[in-house]
Design a protein around this ligand. Structure first.
Ligand code: HEM
Ligand code: HEM
Length: 231
């Protein structure tokens, strides 16, 4: 069945979002169950790395509402939206609203930093990240310290993200989660000329292939670390 409404989120953005949720949860769980499961943490971490790198490119080359240029605004629209919200006049947007856009950027930037610090990190016991060989041991430890600390901020941001979406639901009765699942928002929210007519799937696959190839090259070309326990 084709969901009613007008298409705003292309298929790549929707797959990105729900795969990212799975990848971040898996990264967290696999970091907790013990160093002997590091390979699983690595797999989940690679998933998040590829997704976030893809999404950054998709923010430049993707469809209309996926592009940073369409949703990143200056401080004025953000303050206007916040004051309208406080005065009980919530606004609806075809794509991300100005405040939501700030959270999108914060999540993408912090997850990118989490992925990069993990790739160069080590656990001081047996495990090293696949790019450890590119940096000194001291630098790797510094990056690992950031990796550990930053996750607390990411977890806090995720809680705020989910609470904001649920609050939006109660406040405006608008179902943003359904839109992120089906891709569609009601016609009252999206003008006819704001809807997208294609997901640009071939371009998305090409960008995904470029991201995977770049990561594979960085990992394969990384110098062997001096640790004997590195497999
Ligand atoms: C690990 C947890 C999560 C992370 C890292 C995360 C991250 C993100 C990111 C990066 C975006 C921007 C999407 C894009 O433009 O590509 C987004 C949007 C969104 N997320 Fe999440 N998310 C998480 C969990 C959830 C959950 C559990 C829900 C459901 C309650 C949810 C619902 C949404 C919705 C509805 C949007 C679109 C918001 C809008 O319309 O502006 N997210 N999320
Ligand atoms: C390929 C990418 C990644 C690599 C190579 C990697 C590597 C590592 C390493 C070596 C540790 C051990 C640090 C220690 O316990 O001393 C670690 C811990 C951890 N990682 Fe990752 N990681 C990656 C991605 C991620 C991602 C995407 C997340 C979450 C979004 C994440 C969350 C965590 C957490 C929560 C810990 C535990 C920190 C602590 O012990 O307090 N990692 N990671």
């Amino acid at each position: 069945m084709v969901a009613a409404g007008r298409r705003v989120w292309d298929l790549p953005v929707r797959i990105f979002h729900w795969a990212l949720v799975a990848g971040v949860l898996a990264s967290y769980v696999t970091s907790r169950i013990g160093p002997e499961y590091f390979r699983l943490h690595l797999a989940a971490g690679y998933l998040v790395t590829v997704l976030v790198a893809f999404r950054l490119l998709w923010g430049l080359f993707g469809t209309r509402h996926a592009r940073f240029a369409s949703f990143v605004r200056g401080p004025r629209p953000v303050l206007r939206q916040a004051s309208q919200f406080l005065r009980g006049q919530p606004t609806r947007h075809a794509g991300h609203n100005p405040l939501g856009a700030l959270m999108v950027l914060a999540l993408l930037a912090s997850l990118a930093a989490q992925a990069v610090t993990g790739l160069f990190g080590n656990d001081e016991i047996f495990n090293v990240g696949p790019l450890y060989g590119w940096v000194s041991d001291e630098r790797s430890l510094e990056l690992t310290a950031v990796h550990k600390l930053l996750f607390n901020w990411i977890a806090g941001a995720i809680v705020i993200h989910v609470v904001a979406i649920l609050a939006h639901r109660l406040w405006t009765r608008e179902n943003l989660v359904r839109a992120m699942w089906t891709g569609n928002k009601p016609a009252e929210v999206v003008a006819g000329d704001e809807a997208i007519d294609s997901s640009r799937l071939w371009l998305a696959l090409l960008l995904l292939a470029i991201v995977i190839a770049a990561l594979a090259a960085a990992v394969l070309l990384a110098p062997e670390p001096a640790l004997s326990s590195y497999e």
